[in-house]
Design a protein around this ligand. Structure first.
Ligand code: ATP
Ligand code: MG
Length: 159
């Protein structure tokens, strides 16, 4: 379906902000202009839910999570950045593999299956986007993904 991403992203973040009891601060850098994407909302919600819950799960007390979205010519890019434990450089690609978890003992304690990001990558691939991570051990992790913007023509057809 046709979705205005900024409004939708705000609603997803709101839901987490209302329910969180962890001591983390949310900061949003979202554009004022509208960004239309053609997405399966349930599937992209699954992606965001996992990425945001990971960010919360691995954030330190008092940490900040930054949400950004912006558009380039034909794409929009979303970044979700935390100030958490991060991970070694050689693992940032592996976290998208099924059942991969950075530190087995730490991960077990945290709960979960290690499937969240593998599913996220499948969903974003199916939408012709890309998803990847940047991280520094001890400093934090940023998850980035892109989605194609709807063309002006297509957008018009649905308005
Ligand atoms: P599930 O999502 O199935 O509940 P999970 O969160 O462990 O389990 P993924 O979401 O796929 O699985 O993440 C895989 C692994 O990547 C995590 O176990 C963790 O080691 C690492 N990881 C993911 N996000 C972060 C993050 N924001 N900071 C630090 N490590 C992360
Ligand atoms: Mg997860």
């Amino acid at each position: 379906e046709r979705v205005e991403f900024v409004e939708y992203f705000n609603q997803v973040i709101d839901r987490f902000e209302m329910n969180k009891d962890e001591n983390v601060t949310f900061v949003r850098h979202l554009p004022k202009k509208k960004m239309y994407v053609w997405i399966d909302k349930d599937k992209i919600t699954q992606v965001l839910d996992n990425v945001i819950s990971n960010a919360i799960k691995y954030s330190p007390e008092g940490g900040t999570i930054r949400f950004e979205a912006y558009s380039t010519k034909k794409q929009m890019r979303v970044t979700i950045a935390d100030e958490g434990i991060g991970m070694p450089a050689d693992t940032v690609d592996k976290i998208f593999d099924r059942f991969y978890r950075v530190d087995k003992s730490r991960a077990r304690q945290m709960g979960g299956t290690g499937l969240g990001l593998a599913i996220a990558r499948e969903m974003i691939d199916a939408h012709h986007g890309k998803i990847w991570a940047e991280s520094q051990e001890g400093k934090g992790t940023t998850i980035l993904f892109t989605l194609p913007l709807m063309s002006q023509k297509r957008r018009g057809n649905h308005e």
